[in-house]
Design a binder for this molecule. Sequence first.
Ligand SMILES: Nc1ncnc2c1ncn2[C@@H]1O[C@H](COP(=O)(O)OP(=O)(O)O)[C@@H](O)[C@H]1O
Ligand SMILES: [Mg+2]
Length: 252
Amino acid sequence: MPASPSPVATPAAASSAAASPAPLAVEIGGVHLALGRGAAAVDVLRGVDLAVAPGETVGIVGPSGSGKSTLLMVIGGLERPDRGTVRVAGQDLTGLDEDALARFRGRHVGIVFQSFHLIPTMTALENVAVPLELAGRADAFARAEAELAAVGLSGRLNHLPKEMSGGEQQRVAIARALAPEPALIIADEPTGNLDAATGAAIVDLMFRAQAERGTTLVLVTHDAALAARCGRTVRVRSGVIEPEAPARVAAS
Ligand SMILES: Nc1ncnc2c1ncn2[C@@H]1O[C@H](COP(=O)(O)OP(=O)(O)O)[C@@H](O)[C@H]1O
Ligand SMILES: [Mg+2]
């Protein structure tokens, strides 16, 4: 940027320059993605734009099969778009190779799935600690223990997933997602396999962590109560995000 010709640098100009560069938590533009091969290929995402500010909570809703999970996977760097841009915390994910993408996810993105996705042969403590160890954290086990305590599982450290209830397994998954202190948490129907009361407790945990840490939370849900707790909801239909404002006229 060229230097200002003005001899006087005002404090207002200086402070606005210092405050401006915080990148969006998520910035997706013109994302297209087809899944499946040949005649079975499906255009799952058909031009998705989405911007999420740091600390925002966004609920992604829409009919089954509309592309919600696929969109979340693109945001989390688990699926690569065929075209379009994907930036998370200012990092362009489309420019990263698989190793760099895995490292980026490990540090910056926490992921919670409907079906928990815990490693069945590992204890609760190991499920949370091992990803931290792989990320080079010397305090992996101490940190994992603290995260499990924070979700109320101090009494289950050495239990295997099959020895825990669904709600307890999801608590482990949340502890695992939060442990690396990611800036972004993505969750795909995190209460989908839980009864209403257990699901509500899981939601409380996620939102408490979000509020305490200022984490950005993007979640897919069919649960109207969960969607209502998000600061904003976006509706996906047939691979595109439906415009919010009725005044916006479709271009094609
Ligand atoms: N690996 C795949 N191969 C082919 N089609 C797929 C694949 N994964 C998802 N799809 C299709 O993409 C569409 C959107 O899937 P998904 O993102 O899971 O939707 P949602 O989460 O909204 O239910 C569905 O029609 C689904 O059948
Ligand atoms: Mg889905």
